[in-house]
Design a protein around this ligand. Structure first.
Ligand SMILES: [Zn+2]
Length: 222
């Protein structure tokens, strides 16, 4: 695999280490960190530092690692259309997604969003953020859009590009309302992404007035 170019920023990684990210955001960071030796090393350093600070401030309570806490909390999330799997050995699936993916990605209940995009909602965070997988056909494109709230994306398979660059397997991308972008999957492979959105996307192109009310409706939890 080529060296990863896109990582969580240092604030996000520090918040992950401190356990202050929302659970859905922690899932994205965790999926990236599993792919990324550089962030694993930075995280280990942050955890060591955090441990030393905690030792100085008060006696340490228990030794449960942050990651174990994240995985334990996943059990409490409201599940969507996906059957929760007890199988924990699904190959190539990040550990934080294994409970949602029983066989492989192809067996999930994919819904068609557009001719080139399918999605499956995995769960909702307690703050309402939507955790979903997106599957984009080779060369397929999403309409130009911006975001209400933050959007975090981790590429699980394939690659895509937008106005700001090209993103490959394992890359971590964070976007908010300041960004307007048009993601396009590369032509050689299906692109599969883990996406967490705090609010519905807002399309900015010609069809926006038609699509935005529909998307706001579909964003509301079922
Ligand atoms: Zn990284």
């Amino acid at each position: 695999m080529k060296k990863m170019q896109h990582h969580p920023d240092s604030d996000t990684l520090a918040s992950f280490a401190a356990g202050t990210l929302t659970l859905s955001q922690a899932m994205c960071v965790s999926a990236h960190v599993e792919h990324c030796p550089e962030c694993r090393a930075n995280l280990a350093a942050l955890e060591r530092l955090g441990g030393q600070l905690m030792d100085r401030l008060s006696p340490r309570q228990g030794s449960e690692s942050l990651k174990e806490k994240v995985f334990a909390q996943l059990d409490d999330l409201p599940q969507s259309t996906v059957t929760v799997s007890k199988k924990q050995n699904v190959e190539g699936v990040p550990r934080c997604l294994k409970q949602f993916v029983s066989e492989d990605y192809s067996t999930l209940a994919w819904k068609r969003i557009s001719p080139s995009i399918h999605s499956v909602e995995l769960c909702r965070d307690v703050n309402g953020a939507k955790v979903e997988l997106l599957r984009i056909k080779p060369g397929g494109s999403a309409a130009t859009h911006t975001h209400i709230g933050e959007e975090m994306t981790v590429i699980l398979q394939g690659s895509f590009s937008d106005e700001e660059g090209i993103y490959r397997e394992g890359d971590f991308i964070s976007r908010d309302a300041r960004h307007k972008h048009t993601p396009v999957a590369t032509k050689d492979k299906v692109c599969l992404c883990l996406v967490v959105t705090e609010g519905p996307v807002q399309f900015t192109g010609f069809f926006s007035r038609l699509l935005n009310p529909i998307l706001r409706k579909s964003y509301a939890p079922a």
